[in-house]
Design a protein around this ligand. Structure first.
Ligand SMILES: Cc1cc2nc3c(=O)[nH]c(=O)nc-3n(C[C@H](O)[C@H](O)[C@H](O)COP(=O)(O)OP(=O)(O)OC[C@H]3O[C@@H](n4cnc5c(N)ncnc54)[C@H](O)[C@@H]3O)c2cc1C
Length: 348
């Protein structure tokens, strides 16, 4: 039985881990966070949950469809988000009549987007194969057998996880580069490191607001008639009504994503300043000028792939180290699934 370490418990890492486990490999997954799901994670608040990363997913690849239909219990986790004729707004919030909303079905997980990966991660968690709060600093030669690898964790200098035949980095390209840069010379000098230079990923400031007062008003008397929109506004690229998604609290809640360009320009700003600026733009676009009863801001440093690598995954056969993640193919949940699956199948 081969022992494989997987860094990252997002869609790509968990897909790879499940596939390898089913094929008889012994897998150990490491994530710096406290839970699985990565950029699909949700935020729980007293007024209801928010999808603070991915808003929905599409299903174009038949293997993704098969997994959604056949992995036990998954059909109960996934729901179609019925009311998403995604509008396209101009910079001042007017719906552009000429634009045709996508008819492609949009899916969400319930009770929030993170539930899909968390569900798929459960068998690994049950078998103690996922380590949370475990930020990987570097890949080093195993002290007892130089043909194998060990992982050094950040802030835990005495803690090394060892004896791995191979290592998979299922994390965004800039974060993978950091781990490789810290690693033993043979890893640092590998071709993998060169590949990161070909990839571009951009940030996303995200604002999540709730209007508890709106629940006393009649539906339709608060805010716009649409539930999700892309915008050509310089500041805001996307806004959606969380309360319109299935199996969510009915409290009026919105998630608003800044454009990549604006997020990049305002990377160093503090949360209060970002909140004020995004709220102003949100009011202009949605017509909701009320003060929210609750607001949260999050910065995703590596939110979106701007320039993908163009291959499904990478595997260095000499080192037995590889990479997977959405950034190989694009910027969507489904890209992460396909990448993780492809890498795992190439090892089976
Ligand atoms: C704001 C936003 C909106 C989005 N909207 C959509 C959408 O509507 N539809 C869609 O299809 N996609 C959307 N996406 C993209 C989608 O979320 C990603 O494509 C997908 O979740 C990527 O999965 P992944 O496994 O490749 O990476 P990730 O989800 O980033 O997983 C990587 C994991 O690695 C961990 N990690 C990183 N570094 C280390 C380290 N050194 N040691 C240990 N752990 C580490 C992280 O904690 C994380 O859990 C959005 C993303 C963002 C941020």
């Amino acid at each position: 039985m081969k022992k494989i370490a997987i860094i990252g418990a997002g869609m790509a890492g968990i897909t790879a881990a499940r596939t390898l486990k089913q094929a008889g490999f012994h897998v150990s997954v490491f994530d710096k966070s406290t839970h699985a799901s990565g950029r699909m994670s949700g935020l729980s608040t007293p007024l209801g949950s928010f999808d603070q990363g991915a808003q929905y997913f599409t299903v174009r690849d038949p293997r993704f469809l098969k997994a959604l239909e056949e992995v036990p219990g998954t059909v109960k986790v996934v729901r179609a988000w019925g009311s998403t004729a995604v509008r396209v707004l101009d910079a001042r919030g007017r719906v552009l009549e000429a634009s045709h909303p996508s008819q492609e079905p949009h899916f969400v997980a319930q009770p929030s987007m993170g539930a899909l990966v968390e569900h798929w991660a459960q068998p690994l968690m049950d078998d103690g194969q996922i380590h949370f709060d475990a930020q990987v600093h570097s890949i080093q030669k195993d002290q007892s057998n130089p043909k194998l690898w060990q992982l050094r964790l950040e802030n835990q200098s005495d803690s090394a996880h060892s004896g791995f035949d191979g290592v998979i980095l299922a994390i965004p390209a800039p974060q993978a580069q950091k781990v490789i840069d810290n690693s033993t010379p043979s890893v640092y000098e590998s071709q993998l490191r060169q590949s990161f230079k070909q990839v571009e990923m951009g940030p996303c400031w995200t604002l999540m607001v709730a209007f508890a007062q709106a629940s006393q008003l009649k539906v339709g008397n608060f805010g716009p008639q649409w539930n999700a929109a892309k915008s050509t506004n310089h500041r805001i690229a996307w806004l959606s009504r969380e309360s319109s998604k299935p199996s969510r609290s009915r409290v009026e809640r919105w998630t608003i994503q800044a454009s990549t360009e604006w997020s990049q320009e305002h990377l160093g700003d503090d949360h209060d300043r970002i909140q004020a600026k995004m709220l102003k733009a949100f009011a202009e676009l949605s017509g909701i000028y009320a003060q929210p009863s609750q607001a949260n801001v999050k910065l995703w440093q590596y939110a979106k792939t701007l320039k993908p690598l163009g291959v499904t995954h990478q595997w260095d056969e000499k080192l037995n180290i590889g990479t997977c993640g959405d950034w190989h193919l694009g910027h969507r949940v489904e890209n992460a699934f396909v990448s993780g699956l492809s890498l795992a199948l190439s090892l089976v």
